[in-house]
Design a protein around this ligand. Structure first.
Ligand SMILES: Cc1ncc(COP(=O)(O)O)c(C=O)c1O
Length: 374
């Protein structure tokens, strides 16, 4: 099997599964229970939070566990809007965000908020100056992803964070789901107020993720209940999931140190070889793990199925939105022609892929295209 669909989800690392099982078996008690088992679970929960916060160089109380990226993005966007609606009703984002951000903004528009969707250039990159231009007195939030999930564009988060920091009344949210351990990133140095991550994109488990919330920021909770996670996210904590997230984060950060060149090598090889026979849409300086290509004249799902028959797995644009009609809104926002935006495919890598797999992939894709065009 060649699995090149790692931006949709990754295979859980065996050590992550082991940690999950151990925590679920031994620390099954509710961390809120006052008996010994509950106290032990609570201790493990806080130790895990510390380990995650150390790795992210933030404070333990700034880490809010969630069920994944979608939930964290919704808490960040709607939680800010609801909490600060008396300050202002203007929100800023870009035209290329993930649906879990985009749809949250669309819902807020229906509730009377005003959203500015800032345009991107032909590589999918937003110009920080364009964001600066649209900030108003009543702007309360800027939300920009770190790495685009369809084409891998890396956004200028540091520059936008610098601009946002001059407006103390607005919050800066970054959807960092695709960027974790892939690009240089610092929550503190980039002056990020809210930051989303997801476990299953880093060889962790589905249903795990977190929202970083800078100390002192209050958000309106989307779930009300027992007041867990600093009142922001009620519901009995998924302790084994958190333990699994911490393990996945440690492993992916450690692996990154050793294998960043390896990943870049595979991507650059793929890019060079693919450009001989398909259109490569991802920018040269994009994230090392995502390559978006278009094969005009062929339906993307037909190519995906033909490759799957050969035990090779890639995506049509992004798995999260692949049930919608097959126009890539991200590629459309980059100004590309319909023949490109309707024929896009995404190859997404992990540190665990090999150069050998890339070589086989190129040969197989060439064969598939030849066969389908005939
Ligand atoms: C950029 C981005 N944000 C958010 C999400 C949603 O994350 P989750 O699947 O953990 O809900 C994804 C998933 O593909 C993503 O790529």
């Amino acid at each position: 099997m060649i699995y090149f669909d790692n931006s949709a989800t990754t295979q859980p690392h065996p050590e992550v599964l082991q940690s999950y099982q151990q925590a679920a078996t031994r620390y099954f008690a509710n961390p809120s229970s006052v008996h010994q088992l509950g106290l032990e679970a609570e201790k493990l929960m806080e130790k895990t939070r510390e380990s995650i916060s150390d790795r992210l160089d933030v404070l333990p109380e700034e880490v809010v566990y969630t069920s994944g990226g979608t939930e964290a993005n919704n808490i960040a966007v709607k939680g800010t809007a609801f909490q600060y609606r008396n300050r202002g009703k203007h929100l800023i984002t870009t035209k290329v965000e993930h649906p879990s951000v985009m749809e949250a903004f669309k819902a807020l528009e229906q509730m009377g908020f005003e959203v500015t969707y800032v345009k991107v250039d032909h590589t999918g990159r937003v110009n920080p100056e364009e964001i600066k231009k649209v900030i108003r007195k009543d702007t309360i939030l800027i939300s920009v992803m770190s790495v685009n999930n369809e084409i891998g564009t890396v956004q200028p988060i540091e520059e936008i964070g610098e601009i946002a920091s001059h407006y103390p009344k607005l919050l800066f949210h970054v959807d960092h789901v695709q960027g974790v351990a892939k690009i240089p990133f610092s929550i503190r140095d980039f002056k990020v107020d809210l930051c989303t991550m997801s476990g299953h994109k880093i060889h962790g488990l589905k249903g795990t993720g977190l929202l970083y919330v800078r100390k002192g920021i209050r958000l309106f909770p989307l779930f009300h209940g027992g007041g867990h996670e600093g009142n922001l996210r009620s519901g009995t904590e998924n302790l084994p999931g958190m333990v699994a997230f911490a393990k996945a984060l440690r492993l992916v950060q450690e692996e990154k140190k050793d294998s960043h060149h390896h990943l870049m090598g595979i991507r650059n090889y793929l890019r060079k070889e693919l450009s001989h026979f398909v259109k490569v849409n991802s920018p040269e300086n994009g994230s090392p793990h995502i390559l978006n290509i278009s094969i005009p004249g062929l339906k993307p799902e037909v190519v995906v199925h033909a490759l799957a028959e050969r035990d090779i797995y890639i995506s049509t644009k992004s798995a999260c939105s692949s049930k919608e009609p097959d126009v890539s809104t991200v590629l459309a926002a980059c100004g590309l022609d319909p023949e490109i935006t309707t024929s896009a495919l995404r190859i997404s890598l992990s540190y665990r892929n090999s150069m050998g797999e890339a070589e086989v992939f190129i040969k197989q894709l060439e064969e598939v295209i030849r066969y389908l065009k005939r």
